[in-house]
Design a protein around this ligand. Sequence first.
Ligand code: ATR
Length: 265
Amino acid sequence: MTAITGHTTIWGILADPIHHVKTPQALNAMMHERGVDGVMIPLHVRASDLDTFVTGLRSMRNLKGFVVTVPHKTAIVDLCDEVSDHARAIGAVNTVRREADGRLVGEMLDGAGFVSGLRQGGIDPRGRSVYLSGAGGAANAIAFALAEAGVSRLTIANRTRAKSQDLQQRLAKHYPAVPVEIGTPDPTGHDIVVNATSLGLKDGDPLPLDVDRLSADQIVAEIIMQPEITALLAAAKKRGCRTHPGQPMLACQLELMAAFMEMHP
Ligand code: ATR
């Protein structure tokens, strides 16, 4: 790491717990490589202290931004001075830029990271039909980013149907031109199939969708990074599908975060 001096710019990551975070390692390495005189530090803050803490951050003049993760992604929305329409509709922010005058500008980059990872893998979602498994935090961000990317239609399938319906309604408000349906575990009839649930993370998790219905002309994408080949991806490969792993979503998101928080030399 570059030596910290009085000139060093600070970025932070807010979380509780904090010990497991990997973003500081990745962004500090990126800054070092790019010659940025900056450091990202872990900020361990309880949910009940978030308001007070964020008020203090506004006056920290050498702070240029912070990443926000569990459990603060929702609560931070109302603590920002400005939030993109996109983040407001999702109801979560994961990256905040501190402007020179102390104003805090929030954005949600989870979904953009996923779409940018797809494109990097040579898959453009524009004009394609997409089946999305899940309606939690990650799925919300991905659904909005896919609608923004111009998918031809979107089908949301989630264990808790009310959450799919809620997401469907919010999408309809922001992207009235994109048809959104509520689906079943059967992904038949879609160009791209995405797992945006947490299923696949743990050994013995049930599959997020009915893999027997996958066909070789479908692309199957994952948000789970570990293991790299989830049970879903293994089953999809077996059925002849092209697959897209979870890792690029994170790599692309780190780039987007660095750009949003102006981590330039
Ligand atoms: P994240 O922020 O990672 O998206 P989350 O908001 O808790 O986390 O969402 C987890 C997603 O995985 C949800 O879509 C959840 O389905 P429910 O909305 O029905 O809870 C899904 N999920 C988790 N465990 C599941 C299981 N055993 N079976 C089916 N879906 C599951």
